[in-house]
Write a protein that binds this ligand. Structure first.
Ligand code: GLN
Length: 203
């Protein structure tokens, strides 16, 4: 099973490293033929407006949209979460995404003055202590449709209760950046989902 990491902008290397450490075969994806060659895809954090522009320029927007709609397992962190959202608030009007998760996300939701912060987040389905979630100009999930599983929320502070991790079928998204912490549990969860998902795709 090959896990691709969309490599147009953002923290690509950190995701490749985390996936490698989970025992997955990880490789960067920059071209449409590379989209076709992966069994799962990670969409890294960075800047969703820039990622949007670059995937259009590189002819990746439609191929990735199509594969996700056809069941490709995908995981988006931060800007990647925005790219997987059906609806984006406070985006640029021309911003494009891959869609896939029936949710509404708000860009830079924690406020511009709160550039980055860490907070413990307990994720449903993960063993062990809460994750140390690193938020960098992060989105939150404003609302989800039925069928989207809420996996984690901010525990306390002004944003207490806000949804920051979700799953819908083969698709996983977090507002935060587990690739920056050395804690492999989220990547492991995704690799397991992807293994299960690609088996289903093979029939
Ligand atoms: N604020 C960024 C955006 O709108 C996301 C930040 C991140 O990925 N760290 O895409």
């Amino acid at each position: 099973m090959i896990v691709g990491v969309l490599a147009v902008q953002g923290d690509v290397r950190e995701h490749l490293r985390a996936l490698d450490a989970c025992g997955a075969r990880a490789r960067p994806v920059r071209r449409a033929d590379e989209v076709e060659a992966v069994d799962a895809l990670v969409v890294p954090g960075g800047e969703s407006t820039t990622i949007s522009k670059l995937v259009e320029e590189f002819g990746l927007l439609e191929p990735i949209r199509k594969r996700i709609a056809a069941g490709l397992p995908a995981y988006g962190s931060c800007a990647g979460m925005i790219m997987l959202a059906a609806t984006v608030l406070d985006g640029r009007p021309d911003q494009q995404g891959f869609g896939g998760i029936a949710m509404t996300v708000r860009r830079n939701a924690f406020g511009r003055q709160v550039d980055s912060f860490e907070a413990p987040v307990a994720l449903d389905g993960l063993d062990g202590p809460p994750l140390t979630a690193v938020f960098i100009r992060a989105p939150w999930v404003e609302s989800v449709d039925p069928g989207v599983e809420v996996l984690g929320r901010v525990a306390d502070g002004p944003a207490a209760g806000r949804i920051v991790a979700v799953r819908q079928g083969n698709l996983l998204a977090t507002s935060f950046h587990p690739e920056l912490t050395g804690d492999l549990r989220v990547h492991r969860l995704f690799v397991e989902m992807a293994r299960a998902g690609s088996k289903t795709m093979e029939g």
